[in-house]
Design a protein around this ligand. Structure first.
Ligand SMILES: C[S@@+](CC[C@H](N)C(=O)[O-])C[C@H]1O[C@@H](n2cnc3c(N)ncnc32)[C@H](O)[C@@H]1O
Length: 215
């Protein structure tokens, strides 16, 4: 499947490094590994269709406290197409990660400014220097408690390391909180969370199967 927006190979941009609880590792995935074990275990979990196109190669991965939180596999590239397509004006992003989406947002003509909210200082220290661009402002804060000083044309939440039904409640909290900071006078205004539809489907399934407990 071809993609409209081609992200760069992040291993060529971000070197392997380690700071506090953050590690950037260039992880080589072999054909045998893909065949030999569950793809869901290999990467993030979640729906099988997302992982079925995993290809052998070397990927840029970020671990925080040993846990995989971001990589530049096909799945991440594919599920982050929409934000690249829809972003305009002043853009607010929650979650710096390896900066994958910034690589395309920073060069998009329709984007005027990008504010990134990232709670982990080591992530900012490791990745921030690679995005030293006048239009990018990286703020160390927790997106659940940060108070925006202005409104935005585009708001995107990308803070989750995994794909699971509990994340849906968090997207609801964030969409409610940040909805009033969305510049609705711009007909192209856009607010979304990474994989929100999938979180919602998983939650519905969990409710149907009796595995979902509120609170
Ligand atoms: C999946 S990664 C983000 C990927 C990133 N958008 C990219 O393009 O590479 C998730 C990031 O969100 C950050 N994060 C998690 N919870 C957060 C919160 N409550 N507020 C701000 N950042 C958060 C993590 O530290 C991590 O850097």
């Amino acid at each position: 499947m071809s993609m409209k927006y081609e992200f760069p190979k992040m291993t060529e941009l971000i070197p392997e490094q380690e700071l506090d609880d953050v590690r950037i590792i260039h992880r080589t995935v072999t054909h045998d590994e893909i065949v030999g074990q569950s793809l869901a275990n290999l990467m993030l979990g979640g729906p099988h269709w997302l992982h079925s196109s995993m290809k052998p190669g070397t990927y840029c991965t970020m671990r925080i406290d040993g846990r995989l939180v971001m990589s530049d596999t096909w799945m991440e590239r594919f599920t982050n197409q929409e934000i690249i397509e829809k972003a305009t004006g002043d853009v607010l992003i929650a979650g710096l990660g390896i900066g994958l989406i910034l690589t395309l947002l920073e060069g998009k003509d329709e984007v005027d400014s990008i504010t990134v909210i990232e709670k982990n200082k080591a992530v900012i220290d490791v990745i921030g220097p690679w995005f030293d661009n006048l239009i990018i402002d990286i703020v160390q804060a927790d997106v659940f408690t940060w108070e925006p000083p202005q409104s935005y044309d585009t708001i995107y939440f990308d803070i989750w390391p995994d794909i699971c039904d509990q994340n849906y409640e968090e997207t609801k909290t964030l969409h409610k909180k940040y909805g009033r900071y969305l510049r609705r006078s711009n007909p192209d205004h856009f607010m979304q969370s990474w994989m929100r539809d999938e979180f919602r489907k998983m939650r519905r399934r969990a409710i149907r199967e009796g595995g979902y407990h509120d609170g």
